[in-house]
Design a protein around this ligand. Structure first.
Ligand code: PLP
Length: 394
């Protein structure tokens, strides 16, 4: 038996391993020191009360013969699918319940969805990027074309009509840069995808952080996206579901390639490969979209946004270039004095005990940049921003 040899083509990911090594070495040399961890991609606030209450009720349902639920529908409980479709309608996006698929989170979907495309596809990945995009495609044996982004385009690259692709990844608001695609920028990618017969995988994991009215939350706000796009979303960052696990994927019924309908193909895929997301978790997810749930999760997002504001104010006073922060829980700053991203990592760790994420870990064009996450505690973020400002003023 020869296994999937594509695994040999995966590059070792040293990013989080190296960060852990360096911080552990520092702590061994300086026992008891408090580190200000501004690198984490996980949330720090607990689930909101509305969700917790529903989860408790759903657990109780499972204790009684009359309310017990066994297998759930593979594509998602209709109540949750309807609720999510209604969430889109509120923003003027018409999707039907059958176009919403409930998932266990965006990471799972970003890997699984490649089943729709078959073998040996060419995929465009705009970098710096969430590392799982590249790795999932390497495992699938696809050819990855890396599209570098930079300050010159605000980390929002335009399509190049000279490059052909089957699949295009767009992440807006972006991890790691926090940059967002405007309506015009997204329209250009939608037009390109329709012309090339390609499919856009739109990662909207951070849509709830958008605060500027004119920035699209969904690719389906763009005309003609229904014939070329799939949207993958998650409750992880929106509602603190990183450990609870629930997300959703939207595949329009108009999306067809090679005479095959991708919505129908995904129904077939789900009914073959999953037995659905747990009843309890889906009940909790419905609570996220109620009026009270929305009010409560907004409160959590506001706390993260205040963290972002605190870091951005420090960078503004220092006159350092950055993007993100406003519509995203990430701030992407240029390392000062031409420092490399690992050099800057060491400098912050050793001088002010602040830990961030070196930009180089998200693709070669991330070298010279640094990511701060706003998911930490307000106290730590405030102190990290104060220390950063003092250090870089020198
Ligand atoms: N997409 C992006 C851009 C992310 O940053 C993350 C998590 O950090 C995910 C997807 C994965 O989210 P989930 O927790 O739903 O798997």
């Amino acid at each position: 038996m020869i296994p999937n040899m594509n695994y040999r083509n995966l590059k070792e990911s040293y990013l989080f391993y190296n960060i852990a090594q360096k911080t552990n070495t520092y702590l061994e040399a300086h026992p008891g020191t408090h580190l200000y961890r501004m690198g984490i991609g996980d949330v720090s606030l607990p689930l909101c009360d509305a969700v917790i209450q529903k989860l408790h009720e759903a657990v109780e349902d499972q204790a009684h013969k009359t309310t017990f639920h066994g297998y759930m529908p593979e594509c998602g409980d209709m109540e949750l699918r309807r609720t999510i479709a209604a969430y889109y309608h509120k923003r003027g996006v018409n999707i039907s319940n059958e176009e919403v698929f409930v998932s266990s989170g965006a990471s799972d979907e970003l890997g699984d969805i490649l089943d729709l495309f078959g073998k040996e596809k060419t995929v465009l990945i705009m970098e710096p990027a969430y590392p799982a995009y590249v790795d999932a495609n390497v495992i699938a044996g696809n050819t990855v074309i890396h599209i570098p982004a930079g300050e010159e385009n605000g980390f929002v690259p335009d399509p190049d009509p000279g490059i052909a692709a089957d699949v295009i990844y767009i992440c807006s608001p972006n991890n790691p840069t926090g940059a967002v695609f405007s309506r015009t920028a997204l329209q250009a990618w939608v037009d390109y995808a329709n012309k090339m017969n390609a499919v856009i995988l739109f990662d909207a994991a951070y849509e709830a952080f958008i605060e500027e009215d004119e920035i699209p939350h969904s690719i389906f706000e763009i005309p003609e996206a229904r014939t070329c796009a799939i949207e993958i979303c998650s409750l992880s960052k929106t509602a603190g579901f990183t450990g609870t696990r629930c997300g959703y994927t939207v595949i329009p019924k108009e999306l067809s390639r090679g005479g095959m309908n991708l919505n129908q193909m995904w129904v077939r895929n789900r009914t073959t490969k999953t037995n659905g997301v747990s009843y309890i978790i889906q009940k909790g997810a419905v609570a996220v979209f109620t009026e009270e749930g929305q009010r409560q999760i907004r409160h959590g997002i506001e706390i993260y946004k205040k963290n972002g504001a605190c870091l951005m104010e420090a960078l503004d006073r220092l006159g350092i270039w950055y993007c993100g922060g406003k519509n995203a829980p990430y701030i992407w700053m240029k390392c000062p004095n031409g420092m490399g991203s690992w050099e800057f990592f060491d400098y912050l760790l050793n001088e002010i005990q602040v830990v961030g994420t070196p930009g180089e870990g998200f693709g070669a064009c991330g070298e010279g940049y640094f990511r701060f996450s706003t998911f930490g505690s307000p106290e730590d973020t405030k102190e990290a921003a104060r220390r950063l400002e003092l250090l870089l003023q020198k």
